[in-house]
Design a protein around this ligand. Sequence first.
Ligand code: G3P
Ligand code: MG
Length: 244
Amino acid sequence: MKKCSILPPFIAHRGLSRRAPENTLAAFRAAHAAGARWIEFDVQLAACGTAIIMHDATLARTSNGQGTVASHPYTYLATLDAGSWFDVKFKDEKIPRFIDVLNLMRELQLCANIEIKPPAGAESITVKQVLADLRTWQAQGETPDIIISSFSLPVLLAVKALAPDLPLGGLFETVPADWQGLCQTLNCVSLHMRADKLTAENIATFLSEERLLLAYTVNEVAEAKKLLALGVDAVFTDCVDRML
Ligand code: G3P
Ligand code: MG
């Protein structure tokens, strides 16, 4: 994917996560219903090796489970309520598997930024499972666009080595001094930066190469307008309905 590809200005961060429990099928369906064409979500592995969608390494904030995601098999995670913490009307929401979300993306023609979020030490095994699920999905027919990103450099390097055809995004909380070299090594199609670290000056620098510039996480319309006017290609937002 190059700069000229169509990327809308708003990406639904963890789905429409202001109105539905983040990283659930309900949140992704709500984002689509609100008009979003791109979503973002976080992938990690259950103890059995199944790739699942959850932001935190631990279960307590966004489900009724306890302990870490990585210490439970999916057979246990699948029994948890991933919606009531947000609102009891979502009590039937489950922790989705990655493959469930890929299938929903095909059904709804939703594109996605797939953020790989393994605990330290699980980078390689997580990338391999994410790629296996992606290849299964791709083998079943036409697929919506994706960008794979991660805060983890080992993850990005593993994706580049094992699947150089897949578009990669460099995701940085703090911009490394050698970000340009890093992006060249990884052949990144995009840079994903913390919105509050962006200035008119560094935006101009980041845009000096043919890469998309994405900013996370922006929930105020005025801030989104300002960043987009400065040249940012898209912002991740929890309230895509308000932005649109
Ligand atoms: O990928 C953008 C953003 O999701 C990164 O931060 O912590 O919300 O996953 P986080
Ligand atoms: Mg994320």
